[in-house]
Design a protein around this ligand. Structure first.
Ligand code: GTP
Ligand code: MG
Length: 432
């Protein structure tokens, strides 16, 4: 897991996993490995792990008393100042643990929020992350205050009175109201932009973080898109035009990657970005087929799609990174997924021709939404002819008494608009 950018003074952390009693060891390992990647992405230096399988979590410290002591020793031994839990801690558990350990304790949600804050680049994603952070903080104000007073060095640190907490809550609420208003405005602007390109075939990439969404966008559009072997490389949706040498270009949009147990605050605050998905003609659900955990990833992604109401859009599954599978593994995967995944293609971004199957599927999807029209327009109307070539395919052209006649395949929306245009005579045939 070569990490190049760990800060010089990276915070040293111990990971804590407390999986259910009956979870297979392989899954436990994979979850901890993912947590380690998250910790790395946040800039922490992981120097140990403590695992305890639980039938029921301890109400006050999540893990058992003996494990807390073991964790405390591990922290001292490695001179670590942070314990990162894979499970969600209640505010009370957080306080108790920090008291017992004498260091900061963080859960997965907090870690993910931290990474998002670190990675947010545009003003929209910054606002979205701030909303999520404030909501998370609001429910944990007391605990935050104990942090602050301890940092101040006060012995027997005294938390603030209820009155102070009330004031803080009001401040947070006011800020949240403002942020949400700004976000709504941005959302409106975005909706206007989308409307302007409504007639184009819009495709959106979704999937688990690190599956290869941005790589596919970069390959298909030939433009420079940020790709990195890290979690949450992309936070902002980016749209690029891809010319697939078929009927017109497509608009391909990249979106933020999902992850197991994505904090629901984050999903809610990224709704504006997810709107892109709602308006797409087709979703490309990209899956890292080389991950032993891809089915769990698939489910995590589906959960978010359902939660944000996007699950009814047509989906094409893109089983990516097949260059990492042996031929036999790929065959086995193909026969297994054929039955339950729905429409699917197998791809590799790094192999020559590895995206051909995807290009073909996109061309077919695009053709399927075109209708055949016969249009007659004045010869001097160069615009209509140019548009027919741009957004569709021209099958035939001819002249008759100063008018041009063409037979073309164009998007339904364009055919509809032409029908309303003065000077054009339009005959629409069935989508054959
Ligand atoms: N071997 C192999 N590696 C790939 C393939 N596609 C992408 N990768 C690598 O996988 C890593 C993640 O790729 P990205 O395109 O950034 O993934 P993403 O889905 O956009 O990730 P997030 O933005 O974090 O959600 C990069 O190191 C890519 O080079 C592939 O087909 N084969
Ligand atoms: Mg990306």
């Amino acid at each position: 897991m070569g990490d190049l950018t760990v800060k010089k003074n990276a915070e040293r952390a111990i990971l804590v996993g407390a999986p259910p009693f009956d979870m297979p060891q392989q899954v436990v390992d994979e979850h901890l490995e993912e947590l380690a990647r998250l910790a790395n992405t946040a800039g922490a230096d992981v120097c140990g792990m403590v695992v305890q399988r639980l039938r029921t979590p301890n109400a006050s410290t999540y893990i058992g008393k003996g494990k807390v002591e073991q964790l405390s020793r591990a922290l001292k031994e490695h001179d670590a100042s942070l314990a990162i839990f894979d499970e969600d801690l209640s505010p009370a558990q957080g306080v108790k643990l920090e008291k017992a350990l004498g260091t900061r304790a963080m859960d997965r949600t907090e870690l993910i929020l931290d990474i998002f804050a670190l990675r947010a680049k545009t003003s929209e994603s910054k606002l979205q992350v701030e909303v999520a952070q404030l909501q998370y903080m609001r429910s944990r104000l007391k605990r935050m205050w104990t942090h602050l007073s301890r940092e101040g060095g006060g012995i027997g640190a005294r938390g603030p009175g209820e009155q102070q907490l009330e004031t803080d809550r009001r401040l947070i609420d006011r800020r949240l109201t403002n942020l949400r208003r700004d976000l709504r405005q941005m959302e409106k602007r975005r909706a206007t932009q989308r409307k302007a390109r409504k007639e184009q075939f819009a495709v959106a990439l979704v999937g688990y973080t690190n599956a290869g969404k941005s790589s596919i966008l970069r390959e298909l559009s030939g433009s420079d898109v940020f790709v990195e072997d890290r979690l949450f490389a992309t936070l902002d949706s980016a749209t690029r035009i891809c010319d697939l040498e078929g009927p017109g270009p497509i608009l391909l949009t990249d979106t933020v990657g999902f992850i197991r147990k994505l904090p629901h605050h984050l999903i809610a605050s990224f709704r504006a970005t997810l709107e892109e998905l709602l308006e797409a003609d087709l979703l490309l659900h990209v899956i890292d087929a080389s991950s032993p955990n891809w089915e769990e990833h698939n489910e995590a992604v589906n959960e978010v799609l359902v939660a944000s109401g996007v699950n009814e859009r047509p989906v094409l599954f893109v089983m990516n990174k097949i260059d990492r599978l042996t031929h036999a593994e790929e065959q086995a995967l193909r026969s297994r997924t054929a039955a339950f995944l729905g429409p699917q293609v197998f791809t590799s971004v790094i192999e020559r021709g590895g995206l051909d199957s995807l290009r073909e599927a996109l061309q077919a999807a695009m053709r399927a939404r075109l209708v055949t029209v016969r249009v007659s327009f004045p010869v001097i109307d160069g615009r209509t002819l140019a548009e027919a070539y741009r957004v569709g395919e021209v099958l035939e052209r001819g002249y008759e008494a100063g008018r041009m006649m063409i037979t073309a395949r164009v998007p339904t929306a364009v055919a509809g608009r032409w029908r309303e245009t003065n000077g054009l005579i339009v005959e629409v045939f069935d989508a054959a």
